[in-house]
Write a protein that binds this ligand. Structure first.
Ligand code: 5GP
Length: 188
């Protein structure tokens, strides 16, 4: 693999990580988003090959057995997410750096694998209550999936010490500016 670096963004659901990652990709041209594979269905407005590669369970299992995944997790019971090795190689070979928006356990594994080549950032909200409020407003969750995501968020917060940096997302614009500063410093 060529000499690119990796920036890993992880967070409990609702902390605003995806918005920050999307904004960083706009602001830092040499940073390219790693499009993951997932077995979940697309949300409204999501595009295959842009937000995710949406796969069936069989297709995902095939990629796993063909060892085409750099890392993968069953993030929610029965729902799989994974980083394609080809995606990371393509980005590095084009002379760019890769940015990951992945779950906390996957992020810790990637950091272990990549060491100093990666900067792992944990995005958090001020409190669990704020997280819940944001997820409710997002309106993409049913009561059952909201409860599932909140349970997971509490578990995920325990992984924070494994990260290089914690970014508290109080005001989105400030959090993006702070993220831009840290990431640019790392890529220098
Ligand atoms: P969502 O369904 O909200 O898009 O994503 C759910 C969780 O899966 C998020 O924490 C997201 O970052 C994570 N995720 C997305 N892609 C990957 C991946 O390739 N690997 C892992 N481990 N987690 C991922």
């Amino acid at each position: 693999m060529s000499q690119g670096k990796a920036v890993i963004f992880c967070a409990p659901s609702g902390a605003g990580k995806t918005t920050i990652v999307k904004e960083l990709v706009q602001r830092i041209p040499e940073l390219r988003f790693s499009i993951s594979a997932t077995t979940r269905s697309p949300r409204e407005g999501e595009v295959n090959g842009q937000d995710y590669y949406f796969l069936t369970l069989d297709q995902f299992s095939q990629k796993r057995s063909d060892e085409e995944l750099f890392e993968w997790q069953e993030v929610y019971q029965g729902t799989f997410y994974g980083t394609l090795t080809s995606e990371v190689e393509r980005i590095w070979q084009s002379g760019n750096h890769v940015i990951f928006d992945i779950d906390v356990v996957g992020g810790v594994n990637l950091k272990k694998k990549l060491g100093n080549r990666a900067l792992a950032i944990f995005v958090n909200a001020e409190s669990v209550e704020v997280l819940k409020e944001r997820l409710t407003k997002r309106n993409t969750e049913t009561p059952a999936s909201l409860a599932k995501r909140m349970g997971k968020a509490v578990q995920e917060m325990a992984y924070e010490p494994n990260f290089d940096y914690t970014l508290i997302n109080r005001v989105l614009e400030d959090a993006v500016d702070e993220a831009e500063r840290i990431v640019k410093e790392f890529l220098k």
